[in-house]
Design a protein around this ligand. Structure first.
Ligand code: PGA
Length: 254
């Protein structure tokens, strides 16, 4: 059965000392939750902080380490880039791929994302693959077609075994960092659609077993209602993951 996951996407925020202070606080706040909790918590710091943050996370606990991106090649002359293998070697278990900020600012397309997915899986990382529509697409009533295409062109080329490692995140672009959350009904509608597409591309069982996260201005106030939806299995949290109390409240929302 699928897992509930709360992942914190720190984006390009926090220095080493700030990150260490945040992790210390999160660790102590979730300590009480950890026993018996089925929620997996993932923190995704910027590259230079991964190793230090990873070492700070209690072994075998509910906190796991993730990266925000990786390069598609295993190694080589790609100045400034970081491979999936390198991420795995510093303790990463997850990697966010296809975030709308990567697609928009760094022109990552389906072809490149397909290669990144393969590279991540080959290195033993679990990809958190993001999809989501712009406001323009939503207003043009094209949301379902658009997301259907993102899934088909970016993700559904994976084999059954590979797909079983993937977490999907639905992040409507108009809700990211804007304070404008999708209503729980809007989120549920798209999550159910994504699950249906997975069932068609793979199997009903694969669809049931896939964790689908919601992202976009999720916070301590709205998480309970969002996570209460049948097909919402957790969240990919940006802004609110930088505040220990807010992030912990979100984790406790299940
Ligand atoms: P937000 O970001 O929670 O700040 O809207 C979410 C994300 O981009 O993953």
């Amino acid at each position: 059965m699928r897992k509930n996951i709360v992942a914190g996407n720190w984006k390009m925020n926090l220095t080493l000392s700030e990150a260490q202070a945040l992790v210390t606080e999160i660790t102590s706040l979730v300590a009480a939750e950890a026993a018996g909790s089925t929620v997996e918590v993932v923190v995704c710091p910027p590259f230079p902080l991964l190793s230090a943050v990873g070492q700070q996370l209690p072994q075998g606990g509910m906190l796991h380490l993730g990266a925000q991106n990786c390069h598609q090649k295993e190694s080589g002359a790609y100045t400034g880039e970081v491979s999936a293998r390198l991420l795995a070697s510093v303790g990463c278990e997850y990697v966010i791929l296809g975030h709308s900020e990567r697609r928009q600012y760094f022109r990552e397309d389906d072809e490149q994302l397909s290669q990144k997915l393969k590279a991540a899986l080959a290195a033993g990382l679990k990809p958190i693959f993001c999809v989501g529509e712009s406001l323009e697409t939503r207003e043009a009533d094209d949301t379902f077609d658009y997301i259907g295409r993102q899934l088909k062109d970016g993700l559904f080329h994976l084999s059954n075994e590979e797909f079983a490692q993937v977490v999907v995140a639905y992040e409507p672009i108009w809700a990211i960092g804007t304070g404008k959350t999708a209503t729980s009904q809007q989120a549920q509608e798209v999550h159910a659609f994504i699950r249906e597409q997975i069932a068609r591309a793979y199997s009903a069982e694969a669809a049931l077993n896939t964790t689908i996260l919601y992202g976009g201005s999720a916070n301590a106030q709205n998480a309970r209602e969002l996570f209460g939806q049948t097909d919402v299995d957790g969240g990919l949290i940006g802004g609110a993951s930088l505040k220990a109390r807010d992030f912990t409240e979100i984790i406790k929302s299940f």
